[in-house]
Ligand binder design. Sequence first.
Ligand SMILES: NC(=O)c1ccc[n+]([C@@H]2O[C@H](COP(=O)([O-])OP(=O)(O)OC[C@H]3O[C@@H](n4cnc5c(N)ncnc54)[C@H](OP(=O)(O)O)[C@@H]3O)[C@@H](O)[C@H]2O)c1
Length: 311
Amino acid sequence: MELDDLMIAAAAALGFISLCKNLLAFARWLHAALVRKPKNLRDYGLWAVVTGPTDGIGKALAFELASKGLNLVLVGRNPDKLEATSSELRERYGAAVEVKTVTADFAKLSGEEIAAAMAGATEGLDVGLLVNNAGVAYPYPRYFHEVDRELMESVLRVNLNAVVWVTKGVIDGMLKKKRGAILNIGSGSSVYVSSYPLQTLYASTKAFMAMFSRSIGLEYKEQGIDVQCQVPLFIATKMTMLRRRPLLVPSAEMFSRASVRWIGYELQCNPYWLHAVQGFVIRSLDAITIRYGSRYLKWMRKDGLEHDRLL
Ligand SMILES: NC(=O)c1ccc[n+]([C@@H]2O[C@H](COP(=O)([O-])OP(=O)(O)OC[C@H]3O[C@@H](n4cnc5c(N)ncnc54)[C@H](OP(=O)(O)O)[C@@H]3O)[C@@H](O)[C@H]2O)c1
């Protein structure tokens, strides 16, 4: 065989292997999204702790978990919003679901204080699921030097510090009973593109969360604790200020329905099917996504600055 023929054969073999790998991944994804039975979340324990349950994804997840018969510990910074969410839950589910609230501003408390508050609030409860959902992004895109101190502290403390310390406060109880699940709401911004300018701190904290989740996921698998990081793309919430758009931006409720079906399985996943498709495309077109994405983010920054000036 000539060298040219050998190279063509090798390239064809590599292409075939890559095609098979992608087809296999797609088949596994289809199975997980459509066929696989969701876990019975009550098998982990009767209570779920949800951070950031007063708006957006966290609120939708709280309702979704209540619909599965889980009691809830809601952890938020605003007592009025916490009370309003609890009342809505009680109205909808009555005595079937117990709700406790914990007021904790993650941007202000130290790590030790957060862990102590969580351990205190969950003492004596059969906590099976922890959802680390609370999160903060810049209100609009900006360069790193434009992020003021308060916003910087807030992003780092809520997205990074609180995830670690809330987990610390809850995991001992799960370890004792050798049963539990942790769901961390990460972001596609840290996994589908190779960089995310103008939301640098946000995307970096989410990259931390993804690595933290995958790593403790392996540490505790054999102790009966299933850890998962979900990495959604855009969802219509107060954080993104986007409206729901068919085929592009789901509502928090649509995302949450998909989200709970995946809890307890992969270390990292994108549960909403359209996000998974979007993620595949974005990853395949990384350079183009970053080029045009950056232009869009710069336009959003200008718009945000203009809006600030008018205030
Ligand atoms: N929306 C998206 O497109 C998207 C995409 C990927 C990932 N995510 C992630 O999903 C999670 C939820 O985002 P979302 O879009 O639902 O945001 P959201 O609507 O702004 O809700 C965020 C939640 O976090 C709480 N929170 C904010 N700062 C806090 C603090 N200092 N202490 C305690 N709680 C605090 C908020 O409380 P208040 O009600 O008091 O404001 C609210 O309950 C975040 O981790 C975000 O990074 C969102």
